[in-house]
Design a protein around this ligand. Structure first.
Ligand code: GLY
Length: 640
């Protein structure tokens, strides 16, 4: 159980102290108050300490505080009306452990601003205390007042913000009326912040996931397994996830509809938003949500540029010596064609620089095919206006994922995606036809190279002023000599990689993510199973699957079982499936994913393919690859 020391003085009435004591007594906060420390004997708050039999320490001189604290060994120090300066040595000794309440809206970075729920700028009130700060909201004619709970740093009235409260200012408000209402909210956010830090987020957190397909479903399942999470909301989500208890979706809302999403966060009282979808990141959803005071897991638009601008990303890799294929950035068809004409015959990738739903990279096995591919870039519209010509590296592809807190990271897993629609890696690229994990090709030596790439990338992003918070996806290739090159970075989980990696993670995902947001990187623990996930698609995908839309998927309902079945055992992830009058209908290209788990690839494949053999659509209209995990199966059966 965490230990909290509360610091008070004769300023104020001790109402924050009382709120914390009440929350500990009612077990809302899972912690022990080891002492109330006051700098005088006449602090009103001391009576709350006496009434609740909490030890009292009087520390008249701020220089004595370090010694007093050392004996108490607190995990967190809550400032609740303490009027003296906290010495730097205390801040250094308790990094990210001292909580302060500031009557203003502290931004996340010195240059940014916090937006009020109505979109107006709010006031930081740096250097203003209590009534003076509240007066400032009135003087400046703000529409909202507000307060922040932040962790103390050496920078005055600044530091990581744990919680913010907003209070709408009424027409006839005085300092007294406004402050009375704001104080109630301050108590609430103080408790909320301590709950989060002491891991007693009770059992009722609401998580919003911004995404819709199988990846979103894997995230929904994982969050629902958390002891802290009561409800999960997904935008847009999909029908199959709503078969689980406590899941709500907003199918009509786009992941880029920032205004609506902010409204839903407020309406649903969301505790955490996990932005898992590329368009949303590129649109700057994370930036706005953070400014609105929400707790968000996902990179800002600036950091997400590693994905949404592949030309920028290649220059970034070059700058930080991150191994990558030779590339040429082209701004026109003419430039591309001239470049190819100047090159020896070769195999190339022609890639749209912008986001193209995972389909923007075209393989060209000769210079003349490259010229055709260059001409196709215009079909990607704005995303293909700038494109790259890259030398194709022969080798084995993989995807690796790291959870990143801005400065540090932990690798959470590796997988192998199968991008093309047909067996043997032929046919057009898709969003992903299946994954296997953990890939046997990732040896310790390869793992070291991957780690070094993440190190250079996370460090490089800090150096270019774009610190990255969220899941970072490294799409890599291992050439014949065993060297790893970056094919691309993505600013999110992979789909369907999330479906094979998330179930292998033993950590509580809500804890993992909230700790990461707070600047920590918890140790990741994994199970030992091998997993294969196979994508079930409509025949014709990704070119034209329209004839399958609306047809019933036979066998799916009995596989899914009763809607009340526990989230933990659900092994099917939905995407383009509509549930109508109890029937499961094809509603997209990628329909659903079947996960097989086992102690090795052979067993995992057997489970996945046995399951799939029980499903069909009108004859032969269900398509899936039969070779997911086959490479590892061959390695298993005939090791070198
Ligand atoms: N698995 C490919 C992607 O998520 O982009």
């Amino acid at each position: 159980m965490k230990r909290i020391a509360i610091l008070i003085s004769n300023v104020g009435k001790g109402s924050n102290l009382q709120a914390i004591v009440d929350a500990v007594n009612s077990k809302k906060i899972n912690a022990k108050i080891v002492a109330v420390i006051s700098d005088t004997n006449d602090a009103i708050g001391l009576k709350h300490a006496i009434n609740n039999k909490i030890p009292i320490k009087i520390c008249a001189n701020k220089k004595d505080l370090p010694q007093v604290l050392k004996r108490l060994k607190p995990d967190y120090i809550a400032l609740a009306g303490w009027k003296q300066i906290i010495l730097d040595e205390v801040i250094e000794f308790y990094p990210n452990q001292i909580l302060n309440l500031h009557p203003g809206l502290i931004p996340n970075s010195v240059k940014s601003k916090v937006l009020a729920p109505d979109g107006t700028n709010t006031l930081w009130n740096k250097g203003l205390l209590a009534e003076k700060a509240v007066q400032n909201f009135l003087d400046k004619k703000s529409t909202y007042a507000g307060s922040s709970i932040h962790l103390l740093t050496k920078e005055f009235d600044f530091g990581p913000v744990l919680e913010r409260a907003f209070e709408k200012i009424k027409k006839n408000d005085t300092v007294k009326t406004l402050y009375a209402r704001l104080k109630n909210k301050e108590h609430e956010i103080y408790i909320k912040a301590l709950q989060k830090l002491t891991n007693a987020i009770s059992q009722d957190a609401a998580v919003l996931i911004i995404d819709g397909g199988g990846r979103a479903h894997a995230l929904v399942n994982k969050y629902l397994q958390s002891k802290h999470v009561k409800r999960v909301i997904a935008i847009p989500g999909n029908d199959l996830m709503t078969l689980s208890k406590n899941v709500k979706t907003y199918p009509q809302i786009k992941t880029t509809d920032i205004k609506q999403i902010v409204n839903i966060c407020k309406k649903e009282n969301v505790d955490l938003v996990d932005v898992a979808q590329d368009d949303a990141i590129a649109a700057g959803l994370v930036d706005t949500l953070v400014k609105s005071g929400l707790k968000v897991f996902g990179p800002t638009k600036a950091a997400g540029r590693v994905e949404w601008d592949k030309a920028w990303a290649r220059n970034f890799m070059k700058k930080f010596k991150i191994p990558h294929p030779a590339f040429k950035i082209c701004k026109s068809q003419k430039e591309g064609v001239e470049f190819i004409n100047s090159q020896r015959e070769g195999t190339w990738y022609i890639k749209a620089a912008g986001l193209a739903a995972g389909k923007g990279a075209l393989l060209a096995s000769s210079n003349s095919e490259a010229q055709d591919a260059i001409k196709q870039m215009k079909k990607f519209g704005n995303a293909g206006r700038i494109f790259l010509i890259e030398k194709c590296i022969n080798g084995e592809e993989f995807s690796s994922f790291a959870i990143v807190n801005g400065k540090k990271f932990a690798i959470i897993g590796h997988a192998q995606d199968h991008k093309t629609v047909f067996d043997g890696n032929v046919g057009p690229n898709t969003g992903g036809m299946g994954c296997s994990s953990p890939p046997m090709v990732i040896t310790a030596k390869i793992g070291e190279q991957i780690k070094s790439i993440f190190q250079k990338t996370v460090g490089g992003l800090v150096k270019v002023g774009r610190p990255y918070l969220g899941m970072l996806y490294l799409g890599g290739i291992i050439d014949k000599s065993g060297k790893v090159f970056v094919i691309e970075f993505n600013a999110r989980w992979g789909d369907p990689e999330a479906q094979v990696i998330l179930p292998s993670v033993k950590n509580d995902l809500f804890e993992l993510v909230t700790q990461t947001i707070l600047g920590k990187i918890p140790k990741i623990t994994k199970d030992n199973s091998y997993r294969v996930v196979v994508t079930a698609a409509s025949r014709g995908y990704p070119i034209n699957h329209s004839k399958v839309i609306g047809k019933e998927i036979i066998g799916l309902s009995s596989l899914l079982g009763h809607p009340e079945r526990s989230e933990g055992s659900l092994k099917i992830f939905g995407a383009g499936v509509k549930v109508k009058n109890g029937k499961y209908l094809a509603a997209g290209g990628r329909l659903f994913y079947v996960l097989g788990e086992g102690k090795n690839v052979e067993l995992a494949r057997r489970v996945a393919y046995n399951t799939l053999s029980q499903v069909s659509i009108d004859g032969d209209n269900l398509h899936f690859r039969k070779d997911i995990g086959l490479q590892d199966l061959q390695r298993l059966l005939s090791p070198k």
